[in-house]
Ligand binder design. Structure first.
Ligand SMILES: Nc1ncnc2c1ncn2[C@@H]1O[C@H](COP(=O)(O)OP(=O)(O)OP(=O)(O)O)[C@@H](O)[C@H]1O
Ligand SMILES: [Mg+2]
Length: 144
């Protein structure tokens, strides 16, 4: 059951908790786990100010480093339990990228947080989890 599980990770505590749950599934069911992080696109076209353009490119590089760090933490968590996790770093609209990746890779289960790094603490579902919940054809386990 659930041979291929995907875990979208944004660096929030809940998303790491989702990874822990996936690792538990891996331990018990032998599921193959893929952790995915999506860097948001920064629009760098049509900017006339060279300084602004440089700043944006710098932000883009920082986001890439951050994404790589998030995924290394996932690998480390798996290693600490003698398990394995595949890591994928992509760029674009997080929900759309995750939905496409999940469909193309024929994943059986998505395990993700109900919230993420967003600042509005009152809402129960973030925009990424909400869009995935509405559009995914595969089952989803939402971690709180
Ligand atoms: N960029 C991302 N890459 C991978 N997974 C993500 C990304 N953003 C969110 N997720 C996943 O979606 C879950 C819910 O995050 P979401 O972004 O929907 O909530 P939020 O950050 O609290 O709200 P919002 O982003 O709408 O302000 C996270 O716990 C994580 O599993
Ligand atoms: Mg978010």
């Amino acid at each position: 059951m659930y041979p291929k599980i995907i875990v979208p990770v944004d660096g929030s505590e809940i998303s790491y908790k989702a990874l822990d749950t996936a690792l538990f599934f891996s331990e018990k069911l032998g599921s193959n786990i893929t952790a995915i992080h999506v860097m948001e696109d920064i629009p760098v076209t049509n900017i006339e100010s060279q300084k602004l353009l440089n700043d944006m490119l710098e932000i883009s590089a920082v986001c890439k480093r951050q994404g790589e760090n998030i995924l290394s933490k996932c690998s480390e968590s798996a290693r600490n339990r003698d398990l394995n996790v595949n890591t994928v770093l992509l760029k674009g609209n997080p929900a759309s990228i995750i939905l496409d990746f999940c469909k193309n890779g024929k994943y059986d289960l998505i395990i993700m947080g109900n919230r993420g790094i967003g600042k509005v603490k009152e809402i129960i579902l973030g925009s990424v989890s909400s869009k995935i919940l509405h559009n995914s054809t595969c089952p989803i386990l939402l971690i709180k």
